[in-house]
Design a protein around this ligand. Structure first.
Ligand code: SAM
Ligand code: SF4
Ligand code: SF4
Length: 369
């Protein structure tokens, strides 16, 4: 993208995210759903219709956010509507509600990417982490869907995903084995983001040697079984410097919350407009988006951008990257309060006092330099 586009924006976003619902049928222990006060909403179908002009031009559409997309009563209508347009569609689900009918639609309408969040390869740990979930049911749903794919002659690109933490990291090589056996194209691990102090000891930042060893072992297992293993960088192996990187998202992404309000990107809390009362064009070319484009890569970026270390690449050696203890999480009651006080935070630098955290939580840091 040329610099001349900086303040004007592109005609259309490349990625449109529809947070179909922010309600969930599970309460996974590490998830913000368990520790934040969400303002629950189901996206009205009209939001999809309003996005038709942008859907003609986008490249990708995601149908998930905070919540379980398959829980929406009209999920299939939404999926069918979006699938009339050119973008590739991406669904991430906990898999509990994937039934034969949904499977048929995914195959018939050529869903491009299907991700299953699973976190563990065995029932006891899965059911412990994914509270309210049922390991056998999810595995059964995936196996049935694979059979449907085989008889339908089409299968989306499929991934399993695990949030990597102390309680499941040692089972990750088995998670790779299970994923291969379930016919996945890829198995992915993402670092735990800590939303609540009770989870801080689960962060692998405090278990670096163990994590590095498991990463090596898992990559080996994946290679043997012919499945792609997608894991974060090992600790201490060189990485991009921490801090703000040039960010393209406000020119590329349009994130629609379940309530119809629009944010600049998935990590942003700030509201750019409201699709219940405005058109796509009004929001995309409106002042809040333009202001974000003017400031995101400036010397005084918005506070949330100054703090954001997720853009493109997570810096695994920066403890700050794992901690969101005070993060209000968008579309929660805490976020409304935060927005009112955001000016005070405008120049916040994204850094964490390791000694303070250590003292506060009584941590022994294994393998931390
Ligand atoms: C919030 S969920 C929404 C979609 C769906 N409910 C699911 O579980 O796949 C999106 C992804 O965030 C992951 N996730 C939840 N809590 C997390 C945390 N504390 N740190 C990192 N990822 C987390 C989930 O495991 C899932 O892969
Ligand atoms: S299923 Fe997804 S949204 Fe629901 S609690 Fe678990 S991780 Fe969070
Ligand atoms: S810096 Fe982060 S929060 Fe700001 S627009 Fe980019 S991705 Fe979003």
């Amino acid at each position: 993208m040329g610099r001349e586009m900086e303040h004007t924006g592109l005609d259309f976003p490349k990625l449109i995210v529809f947070e179909v619902t922010n309600r969930c049928n599970l309460r996974c222990r590490m998830c913000a759903q368990s520790v934040r006060d969400f303002k629950y909403a189901d996206m009205p179908f009209e939001i999809f219709e309003k996005m038709a002009p942008a859907l003609e031009h986008a490249r990708d559409v995601s149908l998930f956010g905070w919540g379980e997309p398959l829980l929406h009563r009209r999920f299939l209508d939404m999926f069918d509507f979006v699938s009339q347009y050119p973008p590739d569609i991406f669904v991430l689900t906990n898999g509990m509600l994937l039934d034969e009918q949904i499977g048929e639609h995914f195959i018939e309408k050529r869903l491009r990417y299907l991700n299953f969040s699973m976190d563990a390869p065995v029932p006891e740990l899965y059911n412990h982490i994914r509270r309210g979930g049922d390991f056998h049911r999810v595995v059964g749903n995936i196996r049935r869907f694979r059979e449907q794919c085989e008889s339908g002659g089409y299968c989306p690109y499929m991934r399993t995903v695990a949030v990597l933490m102390r309680s499941n990291i040692e089972l990750f090589p088995d998670f790779v084995r299970l994923s291969a056996e379930l016919g996945m194209d890829e198995v992915k691990g993402v670092h735990l983001i800590v939303y609540d102090p009770s989870f801080i000891k689960e962060s692998l930042y405090f278990h670096q040697e163990l994590t590095n060893r498991i990463i090596d072992e898992s990559l080996e297992v994946g290679e043997k079984l012919g499945i792609k293993v997608n894991l974060p960088d090992k600790f201490g192996t060189g990485h991009p410097p921490s801090g703000h990187k040039y960010c393209h998202r406000p020119w590329e992404e349009f994130y629609i919350q379940a309530d119809g309000r629009v944010r600049a990107c998935v990590f942003s809390h700030e509201i750019m407009g409201d699709l219940r009362t405005q058109s796509f064009e009004e929001i995309w070319h409106g002042e809040p988006f333009q202001e974000r484009r003017r400031t995101v890569n400036s010397a005084t970026p918005p506070a949330e951008c100054a703090r954001c270390c997720h853009y493109r690449h997570m810096d695994v050696d920066n403890l700050a990257a794992y901690l969101r203890l005070d993060d209000p999480v968008p579309n929660t009651r805490q976020a409304d309060k935060w927005r009112k006080s955001k000016e005070a935070e405008r120049t916040t630098v994204f850094a964490v006092d390791l000694a303070q955290i250590k003292k506060e939580y009584g941590l022994e840091l294994e393998g931390v330099h």
